[in-house]
Design a protein around this ligand. Structure first.
Ligand code: G3P
Ligand code: CA
Length: 297
């Protein structure tokens, strides 16, 4: 079994074998390298394609309170490729990381995020609702998160959450990224369900990869058509649908349109296995160990 971080082949082992052995080794290399995620179902159980993109949803939120430093630190420890964050804005204009538009579910406070200042948000306990072990976790700002994890070997999938509530948030996020030299490929991905908002963001920072989030409610009846995919491909690099919209046909069509597919939200091994078999490029999960079996908490 090949764990994340190990290369498929140690090139030193290809040195100076007999001609016949060389041939056998190189054929094995070609077969190994030629495998792609779509063939994962034929691989031994538990084997995950080496290029699989494992995204910790709101951090490792199955193990620690979502959208907190504890959950992001754990995603790093679990060697996820990305962690996902939801960005909204406080009353005094600061970008903060929370999923719901109100603080009620995930803190000891009440009220809408947009009606609370950053100082008020920072007083809230964002950990106790999950477990007393996380009492005192605070609501992070986007800037704190970008500064803490830049250069730490993990990328960040940034969701503009309900951006229609926060006019101008696209430019504000773009400025925060550009200030830190993160306005290029391979540093962050920015995604949203709001396609107009994500296109606005794309105009500010065209080099940053874009993800389109697709909800089951919006696409269940029509399915995700090739016309949809053609329109996304104009500006997006990733199509990130609800896992229930995904099958091998959709994966192939997304690939044919030149994009990758990262379904959400994976919470058990059987859902993970279905997606491996469908050939997805990665997935967004509360439990990063589902993407990388070697991690044992
Ligand atoms: O990243 C995908 C996922 O986060 C989208 O749904 O509601 O968890 O933000 P939600
Ligand atoms: Ca999200």
């Amino acid at each position: 079994m090949q764990w994340k971080g190990e290369s498929a082949v140690n090139p030193r082992k290809c040195r100076r074998p007999s001609l016949r052995l060389w041939g056998v080794l190189c054929l094995a290399v070609i077969l190994l390298v030629g495998l792609h995620p779509g063939q994962a179902a034929a691989e031994p159980k538990g084997k995950v394609p080496s290029k699989f993109i494992n995204v910790a949803h709101r951090g490792a939120s199955g193990h620690a309170p979502e959208n907190t430093i504890a959950a992001f630190d754990l995603a790093v420890k679990m060697k996820a490729d990305y962690f996902e964050v939801d960005v909204q804005r406080s009353k005094d204009g600061r970008l903060v990381i929370m999923h719901d538009t109100s603080v009620d579910r995930t803190t000891d406070g009440t009220g809408e995020i947009r009606d609370l200042t950053l100082a008020q948000l920072k007083q809230l306990d964002a950990g106790s609702w999950f477990s007393p072990a996380y009492a005192g976790e605070r609501v992070p700002t986007l800037e704190e998160v970008l500064d803490r994890y830049r250069g730490k070997g993990i990328k960040i999938l940034i969701e503009l959450k309900d951006p229609a509530r926060y006019p101008g948030i696209e430019r504000q996020v773009a400025k925060a990224l550009a200030k830190r030299n993160l306005d290029k490929r391979d540093k962050v991905v920015v995604q949203s369900f709001d396609l107009k908002s994500i296109q606005r963001f794309h105009r500010w920072l065209p080099r940053v990869p874009i993800g389109v989030l697709l909800s089951k409610g919006d696409y269940q009846e029509t399915g995700v058509t090739n016309a949809h995919l053609r329109s996304f491909a104009v500006y997006a690099d990733y199509v990130n649908p609800d896992k229930d919209l995904v099958n091998a046909d959709l994966v192939q069509r997304v690939h044919r349109h030149g994009m990758k597919i990262l379904p959400y939200t994976i919470r058990d091994q059987s859902a993970a296995n279905l997606l491996f078999a469908a050939g997805v490029d990665g997935f967004i999960t509360d439990f990063p160990e589902l993407g990388y079996p070697p991690y044992h908490p």
